[in-house]
Design a protein around this ligand. Structure first.
Ligand code: NAD
Length: 509
């Protein structure tokens, strides 16, 4: 366990290693195509790394274009000829419910896999992360038999009806920050809709996705419906986005890669797209806020999941009347935030996912120091092994500083001062992103004005990170077109077909 403690204006880290933690057995490391685990066509593998120490956990099959071709072929066959889209919806529901129960029996093991592979807190995995995956499956299982069209009385002597049909073969490309939730945020509504799919997990965190493929098989999801191809983005990922037989790509990741995905769709078969991209979300705290509550919200907004979350509240705008008090209290709390082994129940923040991410965050911290922002907490790596970083807070940050503009994707907060509601709205919106926003105030007029003026897909008032299966989230602006969760996510895997018949033998026919 590492504690950040104050030392003459700087934080310093102390490593207190209490005990070793048991790591889970790795059972699945091959591609899952057409109902079986298989080596990649090339026979190549890649290493997946433990971010607690930089050591290799295991090697995993490295899928490439040929493997994607096989997986898409299986998914295409399962969609065009297989039972899944043709099953009564209640039968799909029952298989999804069984899938959820199989996960429920293995919560601890699955949470441990993500802790090992992604540095995610085991406690969070057991209490919230994996249970929410079970909820996503159950929510969309319940919706599977409630997909309805509509009747139309047309102005000619015709009637029409609208069918909602599954889009077809989906390519799901997901990031590493929530390996399990991302998997089911994508897979659960697509299964309910009757689609078939190829999932490409992030190369940093392939392990739990392969386990979920195995459990889908055990639950009775027919072969070819759910395929998992592990591998790199520029090879396996790109092969999915350019594939002529993939009907839609549902992508979550960076805005930069989102742009490549859109280009590949445009130059291949104009496949449908859902893009969930980056963010630089503001948390706006007004003078009437309770300092204790507001600092807790601000800290959670940036430090939850070590800042590796698209919706991180990485810009905190505080009104001038409480700015100094807020700044002092926030720094005090950040310095007592426990950073440590993700398997340790006392840890509140584990290691960043990999060396690349760790070094990128440290570079941004150095940039913030050079830009002249005031460092009031953290600013260094934690310990000398693994990818741990101190909770870091910069104060007096200007809008045009790089740390205020770029998505850092780490535990680094930019604190800024504002005077009026109008100024807060203008500066909150001064970003290319628009994923989430937070508002902390007891004034209902302020809540109404700001929540309707902020250009973001999800606004939290006096809270942060409140999610639910039925609450859609997604972006405005360059955070990408697309919504995940909610009935909206089910709708995106469906397409509309209108069928028209005469009501009686019309003289025009
Ligand atoms: P990333 O864009 O580097 O990678 C995401 C996925 O895309 C990975 O599976 C990767 O292998 C794949 N990929 C990479 N290059 C590709 C290519 N050329 N073609 C096809 N696929 C490719 O993102 P990341 O570093 O894994 O995740 C962090 C990013 O994800 C952040 O920007 C974060 O904001 C974003 N994110 C967004 C949401 C959301 O819901 N909006 C949620 C989580 C993460």
């Amino acid at each position: 366990m590492m504690n950040s403690s104050m030392n003459g204006g700087r934080s310093e880290s102390v490593i207190i290693k209490k005990h070793e933690f048991p790591i889970p057995e790795i059972k699945f490391t091959k591609l899952f195509i057409n109902g079986s685990f298989t080596d990649s066509v090339s026979g190549k593998t890649f290493e997946t790394i433990d971010p607690r120490n930089g050591e290799v956990i295991t090697t995993v099959a490295e899928g490439d274009k040929e493997d994607v071709d096989l997986a898409v072929k299986a998914a295409r066959h399962a969609f065009d000829n297989g039972p899944w889209p043709r099953l009564p919806a209640a039968a799909r529901r029952n298989i999804m419910l069984k899938y959820a129960s199989l996960i429920e029996e293995r919560i601890d093991e699955l949470a441990a896999l993500d802790a090992l592979d992604g540095g995610k807190l085991l406690s969070f995995g057991k209490l919230a992360d994996i249970p929410s995956c079970i909820e996503f499956l159950r929510f969309y299982a319940g919706a599977a038999d409630k997909i309805h069209g509509r009747m139309l009385k047309m102005s000619s002597d015709h009637q029409g009806y609208i069918l909602k049909e599954p889009i077809g073969v989906i390519g799901h490309i997901i990031p590493w920050n929530f390996p399990s939730q991302m998997f089911f945020i994508k897979v659960a509504p697509a299964l309910a809709a009757g689609c078939t799919m190829v999932v490409k997990p992030a190369e940093q965190t392939p392990l739990s996705a392969l386990y979920y493929a195995h459990l889908a098989n055990l639950a009775g999801v027919p072969e070819g419906v759910l395929n998992v191809v592990t591998g790199y983005g520029s090879t396996a990922g790109a092969a999915i986005t350019a594939h002529m037989d993939v009907d839609m790509v549902s992508f979550t990741g960076s805005t930069e890669v989102g742009r490549l995905v859109m280009q590949a769709a445009a130059t291949s078969n104009l496949k449908a797209l859902s893009l969930e991209l980056g963010g630089k979300s503001p948390v706006i705290i007004f003078d009437d806020a309770d300092i204790e509550k507001a600092t807790d919200i601000a800290l959670l907004a940036i430090l939850f999941n070590k800042g590796e979350i698209c919706m991180a509240g990485s810009r905190v705008l505080v009104q001038e009347g409480i700015y100094e008090k807020f700044e002092k209290r926030l720094a005090e709390k950040a310095k007592t935030w426990t950073v440590g082994d993700p398997f340790d129940p006392e840890s509140r923040q584990g290691p960043q996912v990999d060396k690349k991410q760790f070094e990128k965050i440290l570079r941004y911290i150095e940039h913030g120091k050079r830009e002249g922002a005031k460092l009031i907490a953290g600013g260094n790596r934690c310990g000398d092994k693994g990818y741990y970083i101190e909770p870091t807070i910069f104060s007096d940050v200007e809008d045009d500083m790089l740390i205020a503009k770029d998505e850092i994707f780490g535990p680094v907060l930019s604190l800024m001062k504002f005077k009026s509601v109008e100024e807060a709205i203008k500066r909150a919106n001064a970003t290319r992103y628009g994923l989430a926003a937070g508002i902390v105030t007891n004034n209902i007029d302020t809540v109404n004005t700001v929540s309707r003026s902020v250009r973001a897909g999800l606004v939290w008032v006096n809270c942060y990170y409140a999610f639910d299966s039925n609450c859609p989230f997604g972006g405005y602006k360059m955070s990408g077109p697309g919504r995940d969760l909610g009935i909206e996510a089910l709708e995106k895997y469906l397409q509309v077909k209108a069928v028209v018949t005469p009501i009686y033998n019309s003289p025009w026919l």
